[in-house]
Design a protein around this ligand. Structure first.
Ligand code: PLP
Length: 385
């Protein structure tokens, strides 16, 4: 059996350094020895989120932090503008609706980035709206939305909040939270963070922290008033997921040793090489105009069943990609660029696409995509990436 290659946009391959750290003897979450770990992690999370404010750690997947963002900033009856350009945009709407918040949706064709003017128009239709909810990287379509411009449009009324699902965005794209005036940014451990699933992060601006105090939505486990208070003292309101936090300590050291901008450049180079390789193979990208660096989404050629394509990659080559979600199911595949993957992993991914297409009877010239990927990765000079 070939080596297992996990190349999805989450969960991602976890480096051995992190796996070993998590295998150490388990500390109690109130043990004095855990406090320096938590302190270091909190300080380093701020660097990756590029904020002076606290970044809270939650024991949940990313969706938990999305729900926490909604119920801690808004109240039933409030209105929110939601960018709905994929599966995760829909999730914002669903979470808002489940909590009695009315959504002024900005529907965006899947594969396209939202136009800031469309968001301005939505705020004009719903002047009472208190917040914008958007993805930085919409993982279902591999689109990057123009967060900086969207924040500017939203803050044309300064009291409005900008809430960003950065689950596959933070640590992938440069999203300087404080500089761009982002009010709430959430992320999840199984994406760029070199970790297994199970941790979520939520960072709150001063304005968002004030909203947390006033929100009337019901909340208990995700009551961030409790977490803001506890985590200031390097504690958590509930039992901390100790092993994952210890893993995070190691992962953050790796990320910051590499350098934040080098990390962004690595994702960008892997994504760029993959896109070029797919195009060279004659395949169509889902998001050619404003691509995310977290993953690349590609249409399977006509006459090839996307479900079978992904299954063949897994069964014949032990390569795990993700298929499509929603109406893109069976039509696309997605290659992840996050986690413990490097240029050679991307070249392997491209080779696996070529071989699978050939296996499925599609005419393809082996090496046409990999050659392009190799050329670009060489030029990017990512000798260590
Ligand atoms: C993965 C992902 C989610 C969902 O996160 P879970 O950890 O599965 O709850 C939400 N939004 C985006 C942009 C994602 O990439």
């Amino acid at each position: 059996m070939p080596k297992y290659r996990l190349l999805t946009p989450g969960p991602v391959a976890v480096p051995e350094r992190v796996l070993h750290a998590m295998a150490r003897t388990l500390l109690h979450h109130r043990a004095p020895a855990f406090i320096p770990v938590f302190k270091e992690v909190r300080a380093n999370l701020k660097k990756v989120f590029q904020t002076e404010e606290d970044v809270l750690i939650l024991a949940s997947t990313g969706t938990g932090a999305m729900e926490a963002a909604v119920v801690n900033t808004l109240s039933p009856g409030d209105v929110a503008v939601v960018v709905r350009g994929g599966k995760f945009g829909e999730r914002w709407t669903e979470i808002c609706q489940a909590n009695g918040i009315r959504c002024e949706n900005v529907d965006v064709e899947w594969g396209k980035a939202v136009e800031p003017s469309a968001v301005r128009a939505a705020f004009a239709r719903a002047p009472e709206a208190k917040a914008l909810f958007v993805q930085a990287s919409e993982t279902s379509t591999a689109v990057y939305h123009p967060i900086r411009e969207l924040a500017e449009v939203t803050h044309e009324k300064p009291e409005r909040l900008v809430v960003v699902d950065g689950i596959s965005g933070v640590g992938v794209h440069d999203l300087p939270m404080d500089n761009w005036g982002l009010d709430v940014v959430v992320s999840g451990s199984q994406k760029s963070w070199l970790l297994p699933p199970g941790l979520a992060f939520i960072a709150l601006s001063k304005q968002a922290q004030a909203a947390v105090k006033n929100a009337k939505a019901s909340r208990y486990y995700f009551d961030l008033r409790k977490e803001l208070k506890a985590q200031k003292d390097d504690q958590t309101a509930w039992t901390a997921p100790v092993s994952l936090v210890v893993g995070l300590q190691e992962a953050l050291r790796m990320i910051l040793d590499e350098g934040l901008h080098e990390v962004f450049a690595r994702h960008e180079a892997l994504a760029r090489a993959t896109r070029a390789a797919m195009t060279a193979l004659g395949l169509k990208l889902v998001a050619p105009d404003s691509p995310s660096f977290a993953c690349t989404a590609v249409y399977v050629p006509d006459g090839v069943d996307g479900g079978k394509f992904v299954k063949h990659l897994r069964d014949a080559y032990n390569v795990t990609f993700m298929g499509g979600q929603g109406h893109l199911e069976g039509k696309i595949f997605r290659i992840g660029h996050m986690g413990d993957v490097d240029g050679f992993d991307m070249i392997s991914a491209v080779a696996a696409v070529e071989m699978t297409l050939a296996d499925m009877g599609h005419s393809v010239r082996l090496g046409e995509g990999t050659r392009v990927a190799m050329e670009l990765l060489r030029k990017a000079g990512l000798k260590k990436a």
